[in-house]
Design a protein around this ligand. Structure first.
Ligand code: MG
Length: 144
């Protein structure tokens, strides 16, 4: 099993710092972004990010807008929404726009880890399906 590469997106720097430490301790590769726009810029440079852990409530581009842009530009990247009680409806709405799942803040680390692993597995299976389909296409083209 490969190490999941995750990007944490949250407008609160102390939260990013604490969570990075916690996730690295559990053997994940972690990068961070302080805003929705920063998250999109980072995705553009790091095509191998498996899972985005995305805060719902952020100034400027909020979590839902960021989610929509991630899923349209990088459809295989899985997104887990993190939400407080006040914005739980938005997180649920996020599921309609392709979020893998959502968790309540403060999040239980074991629960988050299991979601990250599930989401990474889903992404890798998706990528494998695409590789196989492309290979079949090439073989058909050459009559094999
Ligand atoms: Mg926030």
């Amino acid at each position: 099993m490969t190490t999941p590469f995750v990007m944490l997106v949250d407008d609160e720097a102390p939260f990013l710092e604490t969570m990075t430490k916690r996730l690295e301790k559990r053997n994940l590769s972690v990068t961070t972004a302080i805003s929705g726009q920063a998250a999109l810029d980072t995705l553009n440079k790091n095509r191998n990010i498996d899972v985005v852990i995305l805060d719902v409530k952020m100034p400027g581009m909020d979590g839902i807008e960021t989610l929509k842009k991630i899923k349209s530009g990088y459809p295989l990247t899985e997104v887990i929404m993190l939400t407080a009680h006040a914005t739980v409806e938005s997180a649920i709405e996020g599921m309609k726009f392709g979020a893998f799942d959502y968790l309540m803040k403060p999040c239980d680390m074991e629960q988050l880890m299991s979601k990250v692993h599930e989401a990474t597995k889903k992404k890798h299976e998706h990528e494998e399906k695409i590789r196989v389909a492309r290979l079949k296409e090439v073989l058909t083209k050459y009559g094999m």
